[in-house]
Write a protein that binds this ligand. Sequence first.
Ligand code: NDP
Length: 250
Amino acid sequence: MVSAGADGRRPGCALVTGGSRGIGAATAATLAAEGWPVGIVCRDSAAEAGRVAEAIAGDGGEANVIVADIADPATPDRIFAELEDRWGSVAVLVNNAGITADGLAPRMTDERWSSVLSTNLSGAFRMTRRALGPMMRARWGRVVNVGSIVGRRANPGQANYAAAKAGLEAMARTVAAEVGRRGITVNTVAPGLIATRLTENGVGAGLAEAIPARRPGTPQEVAACIGFLASERASYVNGTTITVDGGLTA
Ligand code: NDP
């Protein structure tokens, strides 16, 4: 049993995929503020990720940027080796990296289907699989997936994205049941419309009217929920999904 520090936090670091901007960047900052050294993964936006890491360092935290494609099956071993070398272990994994490649189902190409499934779902599964061995040995760990309300509610044009996000929730439930007795929790946060680059080109436009909060959410509002699930305080929350959507699906 790895003993906790005075603040209840375990040794090791947190890892946030897609931490260069949006929800991932806010999550990296939130976890760093909780005292975790943070590994930030991105594929193309290393400069942006560097600025996130600099901001964390400026606030007295620690962060390390790793450039990797989450859809590549070789990625998890490389990322974990680097972080384990530097900080000993990965105690918190946030599977946040995600893309969209929209199209109505009758015309959805195999390429669009596969790119979304391999980044948003298979990539998250491989990262989770790699994380669990050391977490089981430490008898403590936190995995948080970033799903979407689209995993539960139709959004025409997003059959690939919806399937991936529903898959993340189902995966989290099953893995949670497998590893719950080892002090590991696996949960999903399902955001609604959040103001990030993913949605700046009109995705979800007009939706604000339908949101009881009458506005899109901020990345920080999602990160706050992820931070809770990653903490000791959420030790009895396992295998579930928390929706962060301003009441949209209430
Ligand atoms: P952004 O587009 O702002 O950020 C996406 C992040 O994922 C970037 O850091 C990007 O880095 C990274 N990324 C994408 N593909 C890969 C890859 N193959 N390998 C490594 N990193 C990758 O999106 P958001 O912050 O809006 O979204 C974050 C998560 O939240 C996603 O899973 C999204 O589906 C989910 N979500 C977002 C909602 C919203 O309204 N914004 C609503 C519901 C869910 P790079 O550019 O370098 O590849």
